[in-house]
Design a binder for this molecule. Structure first.
Ligand code: OOG
Ligand code: NI
Length: 480
């Protein structure tokens, strides 16, 4: 139930996502081309009826997407959490990116009810800097810039208070809220610091400069969802987009699992810098890579058992053939995946006529899920993976780095070879000069956020359990 004068939260999120997309198309015209490519591919896949390789929810496809932002401080993260809560996005999962030498950790703000996901699945991968992983010199410089900036307008802060107090927005407030919120994610063509300071931070890590040197938390990519990423990737290349080297995540399979993203590389953008000492008058023109374009293909959510198989293959990938080894360990058909408890599903009642398979007297006794599936009374539909992968995220991060573009030219001459056989690339060009550097700090992240993040496994398991309860209710049957 919501107040009749207030805009429905799912509608508000849909409106927000559309407004963000329109803004991003203006900022990055190539993103418009990307959306077009994905639309063409999806259309073709649907027309060809290639169901084996197809995602499960056709109806939400055009709305699909995620964005990503990078924040500097706890204060920023806490306000962002409140902004996102107003459009029905809540923190799910913890991602330690230090495993890939990035001084950051993250969560995904996303819808958490089946209904909300079906209405509009837009989500935002949100990273925050971990200053304690930085060199003292650049840490001080980065923090001095981050702590004095204001990425939220006063009007937005007012809207947040109002929205929280009234449990939502009226029509007029909603438009104004979205407008003000977009200012936080907008790209500003001028940096909030001198070119020297920018260079200092960039020399520790380009991502550090991207996070610290600007007055907004600019959205760095918006990602449409494709039904066939290999095809979309090939089309990106043939249309001349400078793509990243390969597709992240698991290899191509007949039944996709988890998440497979790829991207076109960040563009050099003219950026104004202040004079030495931050003087706004003395302006210097330089270049910065702020935006790139990602696409993703989503498959089924795997259980911890399925995930540990995935992680094990990732860890051993240098000794094995990526595709065949992966698909040998993680069966490439739904039945085996479901039977072996490797993916999460939702149960649906397929027919309510219980006369077949067992008789009415038996209905007093609990019936097993397996029996009901066998009798065709229930069906199990794999759950879509709604989250992210840390190693893939790290690979996507590198779309912002100039050096990651160095190998893409070979793909132009080799477009048909497919991309799935590459191993995940853990090497990159910006090593932090730390010894025992990488560690996960979920407690620290949650303290900064001001609340716990939801456990994704728990979330999928709950959804599966709830769907079974619903079936039990519809059938008037105890299910064991
Ligand atoms: C976030 C990269 C993570 C994904 O799709 O894995 C991400 C970033 O570059 O800020 O969006
Ligand atoms: Ni992304």
């Amino acid at each position: 139930y919501h107040h009749p004068d207030l805009v429905d939260q799912d509608d508000l999120r849909a409106e927000f996502a559309l407004a963000m997309s329109a803004m991003y198309k203006q900022e990055v015209p190539l993103y418009g081309d990307l959306v077009q490519i994905v639309r063409e591919v999806n259309q073709a896949v649907i027309e060809e009826g290639n169901t084996a390789n197809r995602a499960f929810e056709e109806e939400r496809l055009d709305l699909e997407g995620h964005g990503a932002i990078r924040l500097g401080s706890e204060q920023e993260l806490r306000v962002i959490r409140r902004v996102f809560a107003l459009i029905g996005l809540y923190p799910v999962g913890y991602y330690d990116l230090s495993v890939a030498d990035l001084p950051m950790h993250a969560t995904a703000f996303r819808p958490v009810s089946q209904r909300a996901l079906a209405r509009n699945p837009f989500r935002v991968f949100t990273t925050i800097l971990r200053p304690n992983l930085l060199e003292p010199r650049s840490r001080e410089l980065a923090l001095s810039m981050i702590l004095r900036r204001k990425i939220f307008t006063d009007q937005l802060l007012d809207h947040i208070e109002q929205g929280e107090a009234h449990g939502g927005f009226t029509r007029i407030q909603a438009s104004s809220f979205i407008h003000e919120a977009l200012n936080t994610f907008r790209w500003q063509h001028s940096a909030a610091c001198s070119f020297e300071d920018y260079q200092t931070l960039k020399s520790e890590h380009p991502i550090l400069a991207d996070i610290s040197c600007f007055g907004t938390a600019h959205i760095n990519h918006l990602t449409p969802r494709t039904l066939d990423i290999d095809r979309a990737y090939t089309l990106m290349k043939s249309r001349g987009l400078k793509v990243k080297d390969g597709i992240e995540g698991p290899p191509r399979r007949s039944v996709p699992v988890l998440l497979r993203p790829t991207s076109f590389l960040a563009l050099e953008e003219r950026t104004l810098f202040r004079g030495r000492g931050g003087l706004a008058t003395a302006v210097f023109q330089g270049m910065h890579k702020a935006h790139f374009g990602e696409i993703e293909q989503r498959g089924a959510a795997v259980t911890p058992k399925g995930r540990s198989l995935y992680d094990a293959v990732l860890a051993e990938v240098s000794h094995f053939d990526w595709v065949s080894d992966f698909n040998a360990r993680l069966p490439d058909n739904w039945n085996d995946l479901l039977e072996q408890g490797l993916v999460y599903c939702l149960y649906r009642v397929q027919k309510t006529d219980l006369s077949q398979g067992f008789n009415r007297i038996a209905r007093a006794e609990p019936v097993s899920v397996q029996q009901l599936l066998k009798d065709g009374i229930l069906e199990a539909i794999p759950q879509t993976y709604e989250d992210f992968l840390p190693i893939s995220a790290a690979g996507i991060f590198r779309s912002n780095l100039s050096e990651s573009g160095s190998s893409e030219s070979s793909h132009f001459s080799n477009a048909s070879s497919g991309t799935a056989e590459r191993k995940p690339d853990m090497e990159h060009d910006h090593q932090f000069p730390k010894g025992n550097w990488s560690f996960s700090d979920q407690d620290g992240f949650e303290e900064a956020l001001g609340c716990k993040v939801m456990d994704p496994y728990q979330w999928y398991a709950n959804a599966q359990g709830e769907s079974l309860q619903e079936c039990s209710r519809i059938l008037g049957l105890a299910i064991s």
